[in-house]
Design a protein. Sequence first.
Length: 242
Amino acid sequence: MSKLERELESFQNIWKGGFRDGHPWCLKRNVRGLKKYIKENMKGKCCLEIGCGGGDWSKFIYELNIFDKIYCIDVLSEEHNRFWEHVGHEKKDKIEYIHVKDFTLDFLPLNTLDYVFSYDVFCHVSYSGQKQYITNLYNKCKVDCELLIMYSDPRKYLKSEPEHLFHVKMYIPGKGENCKDNEELIEQCLNDKDGEPQPGRCYWVGIDAFTELCIQNNYEILDRDLNIDKTNPITLFTPLNI
């Protein structure tokens, strides 16, 4: 079994009932501000949401009444996530839930996406997994498609939530406890951005590595970090017409 296969397997049987946003410790994530941005800036007819979980964002995007088609994908099944229970079965008129087994996105037609959105998902995907997603998305996007993706950066996280230092250390097993200061810890996190899977772990890929990954795969960075979420970067980018 490959590392990416083990990574996908590590998601099985966690977040029973579907991962949901809005936890008390997420106040600095500014979900209200992100919803305002989305409401004012989402566009097009076809949207892909990567990692829909229990469907909080799926429902919000549907109710904006912008898109004719919304693909909602997740590595866990709709039954596990209780997706339709949260979102409403009547929303099947526009939403298609797809239980993915890999990062290929083979189910998507070429040149079909106007918007790609992912929140609280790429932070749980390794650099290798993110690379596959970013690479495979390119031919699925229309020329003017916009991609809005949140992920983890240890420096921004510690600046925003120093009280949660333990959360940074717990995802670099055997390495974080021996760091003499936060700078060494940040370096360890970034070096482990493609580390071994464990259920629900965070991968601290960092804003520099993520944006460089996008550039290497023929995207233009429109905004390195919208800075709506005070704890995590949210990068806006678009495919280059080459």
